[in-house]
Design a protein around this ligand. Structure first.
Ligand code: HEC
Ligand code: HEC
Length: 269
């Protein structure tokens, strides 16, 4: 009961707060910082957590290590920082990247922009890469996941981490500010905007870093669900690590959005 009370007071306090600014903001759409900026900053996902997320995707959902491993099927990426610089200057380079960040992004979505010599498809004289577009069908990484993988590869590949933590997966890059200010109207929109599916199985999304939420309403009360979103570390779901789920939702979600989300999850049985 005390937790419920705390949570209620907390949400009331937050009703008037801007959700917009956070470390998750894509820089180009970042609205002017609200007056309580320092406070909002505190709970944001840190770059270290974002890099760790990238590592999990790299080793898991991204299937990267199926090929990028010591068996020699694909080049190792532990010096990709220097390699990227080198390859962008190579006469065989056909891409448009100017920075290491852009190079790694391009390597994942248009692998044939540069084919590391000796690794091309057989018979193509290193003009065609055997690597799939990792945003495509089988793997299906979204922009947020790509960004996390880039952060991980920059960190582990000897480059400066330049990538920004994005707010939403693959969603339109130019969401107008007016739309951001108005509360969302459905739980589906809230889930998409706040990237729950990057880590959870929910709706059509299949994130696996956090618990499957497709039947969560059968097990947990609304109070529990509300707390799980506002204060993720209050109770750590069995079998999962704390500290991974962003602690910024309490500041970002408008009260109505939180209720949409909680009611939706409570109905998943
Ligand atoms: C089916 C095998 C395969 C998978 C899966 C795969 N790659 Fe690759 N990748 C390759 C091969 C082979 C190359 C070398 C040919 C080339 O340059 O495209 C390569 C090249 C790259 C390069 C460019 C290296 C350089 O020195 O220029 C990057 C970066 C990269 N992969 C990242 C990834 C990431 C990240 C993933 C997972 C999201 C991934 N790859 C998944 C096979 C794979
Ligand atoms: C970066 C990954 C990540 C994101 C994004 C994320 N979560 Fe989580 N979530 C987790 C992890 C890991 C856990 C398990 C550890 C814990 O309980 O804190 C968890 C736990 C939960 C739980 C408790 C589940 C249980 O079985 O007790 C709920 C409910 C939940 N998340 C809802 C959400 C919602 C709703 C969103 C989007 C607004 C979201 N999560 C976004 C990683 C994430």
């Amino acid at each position: 009961m005390t937790n419920f009370l705390k949570v209620s007071i907390f949400s009331i306090l937050m009703v008037g707060a801007f959700w917009g600014y956070s470390n998750f903001g894509i820089p180009t759409i970042k609205p002017a910082p609200p007056p309580v900026e320092e406070k909002l900053d505190l709970g944001a996902m840190t770059m270290d957590q974002f890099i760790a997320l990238g590592g999990k995707i790299y080793n898991g959902k991204g299937t990267c290590t199926l090929c990028h491993n010591s068996m020699g099927r694909a080049p190792m990426l532990d010096t990709i920082g220097a390699k990227a610089e080198e390859h962008m200057k190579d006469a065989r380079y056909k891409g448009t990247a100017k920075t290491v960040e852009e190079y790694i992004h391009e390597a994942m979505v248009k692998p044939s922009a540069y084919v590391v010599s000796g690794f091309g498809k057989a018979g193509t004289n290193d003009t065609e890469s055997p690597m799939p577009d990792v945003t495509g069908g089988g793997i299906g990484l979204n922009e947020a996941e790509l960004a996390a993988v880039i952060a991980y590869l920059q960190d582990s590949g000897g480059a400066e981490v330049t990538v920004a933590i994005p707010a939403m997966p693959a969603a339109g890059e130019e969401a107008p500010k007016a739309e951001e200010a108005a509360p969302l109207k459905t739980a589906e929109e809230v889930i998409a905007k706040y990237t729950c599916g990057m880590c959870h199985k929910i709706l059509d999304q299949t994130g696996a870093l956090g618990p499957d939420l497709t039947k969560i309403g059968a097990k947990q009360s609304k109070e529990y669900l509300r707390q799980a979103v506002l204060d993720p570390d209050a109770v750590i779901a069995k079998g999962f690590a704390g500290g991974m789920m962003p602690k910024t939702y309490g500041e970002q979600l408008k009260a109505q959005e939180l209720e949409l989300l909680v009611n939706y999850m409570a109905g998943l049985k």
